[in-house]
Write a protein that binds this ligand. Structure first.
Ligand SMILES: N[C@@H](CCC(=O)N[C@@H](CS)C(=O)NCC(=O)O)C(=O)O
Length: 228
């Protein structure tokens, strides 16, 4: 039976979720086939069996796994003979630093820039839900966030500097080949570039070349435009 991954979709089908991208890269890393099921914010009933209300949700035979980190741990445990997502045990701990930086610094910097753009791109039936939950989350209206975009872009550029410095000297965050550390950061930047109403990165930005290498490592070239 084919594995299924519930994957957040915009109105035009673009798959922009950073957490879903991580999960897709982890499945590719393990060499596992899967199909994605486009999911909207308000399709809570479709993933109710996972016992929570967010995607990604992986359905692998009888196993239903939610939360991208739980999915990575599940894949590592269930498919131990496929290439490891973390490397040796200490490397998992290092990946947790990358996860903490991604979610604590990079995601907030990206969110401050793209929240209004996301709303525009959502299925109309998702838009009121998104506006209400995100305005409560950020304690600002989407219009206030849009007005503050120039400042937010400046913060994002500063946040990315250490990553760019790293990528000037090595091909992947994990070194010679990508692993979960790359997947975590890739998910965030893929989210940013797929959903931003205007380009956030120059074509010659080091992070763009690295994103190309990550996709190429899994034979996923061509996926970046559609986001599927
Ligand atoms: N900790 C979860 C976070 C997943 C998450 O926040 N997913 C978002 C999409 S990017 C979602 O499904 N949100 C549903 C909602 O806000 O109602 C993970 O790592 O998978």
């Amino acid at each position: 039976m084919t594995r299924k991954l519930y994957d957040l979709a915009a109105a035009d089908g673009t798959r922009f979720s950073p957490f879903c991208w991580r999960a897709k890269l982890a499945l590719a890393h393990k060499g596992l086939d899967y199909e994605t099921i486009p999911w909207r914010f308000t399709d809570k009933a479709a993933i109710a069996a996972s016992g929570q209300d967010k995607v990604p949700v992986l359905v692998d035979g009888a196993n239903i796994v939610s939360d991208s980190q739980m999915i990575a741990d599940y894949l590592e445990r269930s498919y131990p003979n496929a290439p490891s997502l973390y490397g040796e045990p200490p490397a998992r701990a290092l990946c947790m630093f990358v996860k903490s930086w991604t979610e604590g610094a990079l995601h907030p910097a990206i969110a401050a820039v793209v929240m209004p753009d996301i709303c525009e791109r959502l299925d109309p039936r998702d838009q009121p839900y998104f506006r209400q939950t995100r305005e409560a989350m950020f304690k600002r209206s989407l219009e206030e966030m849009a007005a503050a975009r120039p400042e937010a872009e400046k913060t994002l550029r500063a946040t990315l500097k250490p990553l760019q410095r790293l990528l000037a000297g090595q091909d992947f965050i994990a070194g010679e080949a990508p692993n979960w550390a790359d997947h975590l950061v890739f998910g965030a930047l893929q989210w940013a570039r797929l959903i931003s109403a205007k380009p956030l990165f120059a074509p010659d930005d080091l992070v763009i070349a690295w994103m190309g290498r990550v996709l190429a490592a899994y034979g996923l070239e061509g996926e970046e435009a559609r986001g599927a």
